[in-house]
Design a protein around this ligand. Structure first.
Ligand code: Q9C
Ligand code: ZN
Length: 342
């Protein structure tokens, strides 16, 4: 596995008390250092170019963001820049691009880009939800230029990745799968959103009721996510790796444990092993409890650096019955049964 990271991600500043804080970069740095000291491969990213960003963002939007260079700006009620943010956002998208380049180039089977600001809420023409550029979408578009035909994106951030979904919703070569907290920010990601035109069936949304536990996630992974990704047969898997569904997270209401995140990552890595020689790139998104963020990142490093794949070690079911997961899986089977055998 290759880790793509830089201490410069701390330079993007948000207002005091903002959950997407520069301290998150300190956590990423600690994880990257541990990886390097253990003998792991670590590289610093180059900046994404305007042309690379323009594969998913509008030129007028890129100009608007470029105009905030050197100053603090409020782009949206949740999304702020500091003078350095544009430059750092280019490095975040560049890190996702570099991780994809290394994995598709064949020097590494797996990649992990430790980045901020996050990306999955950024639309073609709009910053939102702490996101400036859609790092994962830029990386997917980059993979296609390298000749990768089919890319599966799995987004386990607690919020729906509206930007990523919208950028690829008409594209049958990009499968977008999101599991998220239902009726929560940003408000999209209902189970009936299944893609448009030729892309119908290639958007899979699994909204879970607030309070979901590991066992709910295990149910939706085993009944929907793993079967769909397996049937899609991707040539590359990209994970929007947000950890704000964690039980310790301050801004959402799910109860996933650190082991639950390890198991989700292992489940999707297993499909990548089956379909595409384990070619998987994870790119960080949210995750706002610093301890949980670090713990989950260490689990992702452990899983992605394991040889081959093993069976996912889902935590033992607790006292809470997985009714939320069962309801989400049933709803997805009804909405998507005409596209996939579920
Ligand atoms: N204005 C990510 O996790 N909260 N973004 C809005 C009402 C926005 C989260 C609250 C949460 C954005 C990447
Ligand atoms: Zn999130």
């Amino acid at each position: 596995m290759i880790v793509v990271a830089t201490e410069r991600f701390a330079e993007h500043q948000t207002p005091p008390g903002h959950p997407e804080s520069p301290e998150r970069a300190t956590v990423m740095d600690a994880v990257a250092d541990e990886w390097r000291h253990a003998g792991g491969d670590l590289v610093a990213p180059g900046p994404a170019t305007n042309d690379q960003l323009a594969r998913v963002h509008d030129e007028a939007y890129l100009e608007r963001i470029a105009d905030t260079a050197g100053r603090a700006a409020k782009l949206d009620p949740d999304t702020y820049t500091s003078p350095e943010s544009v430059e750092i956002a280019h490095l975040a998208a560049g890190a996702a691009i570099d991780a994809v380049g290394l994995v598709v180039g064949g020097s590494h089977r797996r990649g992990l880009a430790l980045v901020r600001p996050p990306g999955h809420h950024a639309e073609a023409d709009r910053a939102m939800g702490f996101c400036l550029y859609n790092n994962v979408a830029v990386a997917v578009a980059h993979a296609k230029t390298l000749g990768v035909s089919k890319v599966a994106v799995l987004d386990y951030d607690v919020h729906h990745g509206n930007g990523t979904q919208h950028m690829f919703e008409s594209d049958p070569d990009v499968l977008y799968v999101s599991v998220h907290q239902s009726r929560f920010y940003p408000g999209t990601g209902e189970v009936g959103e299944v893609g448009r035109g030729a892309g119908a069936g290639f958007t899979v949304n699994l909204p879970l009721e607030v309070g979901a536990v590991d066992e709910d996630y295990r149910v939706v992974f085993s009944e929907v996510i793993v079967p769909v990704v397996r049937q899609f047969q991707p040539d590359l898997v990209v994970v929007s790796a947000g950890f704000d569904a964690h039980e310790r997270d301050p801004i959402a209401g799910m109860r996933v444990t650190t082991s639950g995140f390890a198991a989700m990552t292992m489940d999707v890595l297993n499909v990548a092993e089956e379909c595409c020689a384990g070619r998987l790139v994870a790119v960080t998104e949210g995750g706002y409890d610093l301890r949980a963020f670090g713990d989950c990142l260490r689990q992702v490093v452990r899983v992605l650096s394991s040889h081959g794949a093993g069976t996912a070690e889902w935590p033992a079911a607790g006292a809470i019955a997985p009714t939320r997961g069962q309801a989400a899986a049933r709803a997805a089977q009804a909405a998507l049964g005409r596209f996939w055998s579920l």
